[in-house]
Design a binder for this molecule. Structure first.
Ligand code: NDP
Length: 341
């Protein structure tokens, strides 16, 4: 059973060499009545929050999920097939998505709202790492619940071509909003404008003045900011927010690898402009997963929602794929194909 193991806690930028591939043996059967299942992992999801799990636990700065244990395989979300089951609700051949180890086979104890059976199999299975999985849920609750959008709102999305951002932009367009996204390359900006239907987009790496770039795109200001990156971008956005604007603090990837997160001077304007900024965690909303599917599946079938994936081939490519997120190497949702069936 090949596994991706964390060598030691990480400080600064995570490197490919922080993760190594090792191999152990695994029993391909689980005891009946054990409430566990042995699964074969088909796809693994690369997610930015996994960087926070690589750091030493710090009680003053708790991460959303427990730190990984050095010397042990890391874990995350994946799409898997049940090989043997000691759990009455699962049987051999079932397809599931949810929390698994970064390895070829995992023994899991299925947990409601952390493991989901896959019923719609007429979509690519890999979608359950993105569009139909955790990032999809994040875009859905973040946009519709936290941003309280309405037709005609002006919406800005950062890291807009990524797993979450590409969906937020499309949801906002479906609602009749004016939507602009930022991303880190020309290729990504082209995707935003030509594939996902954003009204406008810019490459933040080529803008010397982010405040001016936002003013150019939003002469009347921003009603909704879907925050994925933090740091300088958040500052520039706050200065361009309209009164009573809403910011969904989904994530701040620019800060995850920094020893000393950057200060945010624009935060003082939150009060003056009566902006609502609200953090959220998709895990608190997983009970709404079937509601999300009912909402999104018809749009996918009608071709109204598009999704771009970046697939790394084989477990050996998993470390590079994961750390690549923090250098913008992924174009669309980054995932790892472990086994096609
Ligand atoms: P993406 O698919 O968007 O991949 C990460 C992207 O972030 C990169 O491709 C890169 O794109 C951009 N990026 C990397 N470093 C920087 C930097 N220093 N400054 C600006 N942009 C950077 O990831 P996801 O869609 O999976 O996640 C997006 C955000 O949502 C993250 O902050 C993540 O932590 C958060 N999240 C939060 C959840 C929640 O429940 N609150 C759940 C899931 C995700 P580019 O080339 O454009 O720079």
């Amino acid at each position: 059973n090949k596994q991706v193991v964390l060598l030691d806690y990480v400080t600064g930028f995570a490197k490919e060499s922080d993760l190594v591939i090792t191999s152990t043996t695994i029993d391909l059967r689980v005891p009946k009545g054990s409430m566990t299942a042995l699964v074969k992992n088909l796809y693994l999801s690369c997610d930015p929050y996994m960087r926070n799990r690589m750091r030493k636990p710090d009680p003053l700065s708790p991460a959303t999920a427990q730190s990984f244990t050095p010397g042990k395989p890391i874990s995350g979300f994946g799409v898997s097939k049940v090989i043997d089951s000691g759990h009455s609700d699962y049987e051999e051949g079932d397809l599931i998505w949810g929390a698994v180890g970064w390895e070829e086979y995992s023994v899991i104890t299925p947990i409601p709202n952390l493991h989901f059976k896959i019923h719609h199999t007429n979509f690519p299975l890999s979608y359950y790492t993105g569009l139909l999985g955790m990032p999809g849920m994040t875009a859905y609750v973040g946009f519709y619940e936290i941003c309280t959008p309405k037709k005609g709102d002006t919406v800005f999305v950062s890291a807009a071509s990524g797993a979450v951002g590409q969906l937020v932009g499309q949801f906002a367009k479906l609602m009749g909003c004016y939507v602009v996204g930022s991303a880190g390359s020309k290729e990504k900006v082209d995707l935003l404008k030509n594939k996902f239907g954003f009204d406008d987009a810019f490459n933040y790496k080529e803008e010397h003045n982010l405040i001016g770039a936002l003013k150019r795109c939003f002469p009347e200001g921003i009603d909704i900011y879907f925050e994925n990156v933090g740091g300088k971008m958040l500052d520039a956005v706050i200065l361009n927010m309209r009164p009573h604007g809403r910011i969904a603090a989904c994530g701040m990837i620019s800060q995850y690898n920094l020893k000393n997160p950057e200060g945010i001077y624009g935060l003082s304007l939150i009060t003056y402009k009566r902006i609502r900024i609200e953090g959220f965690n998709c895990f608190d909303y997983f009970h709404k997963y079937s509601e999300f599917l009912e909402f999104v599946v018809p749009y996918i079938k009608e071709g109204k929602i598009k999704y771009v994936e970046d697939v790394a081939d084989g477990l050996e490519s998993a470390p590079a794929a994961l750390v690549g997120l923090f250098h913008g190497k992924n174009v669309g949702k980054q995932l790892v194909l472990v086994s096609p069936s």
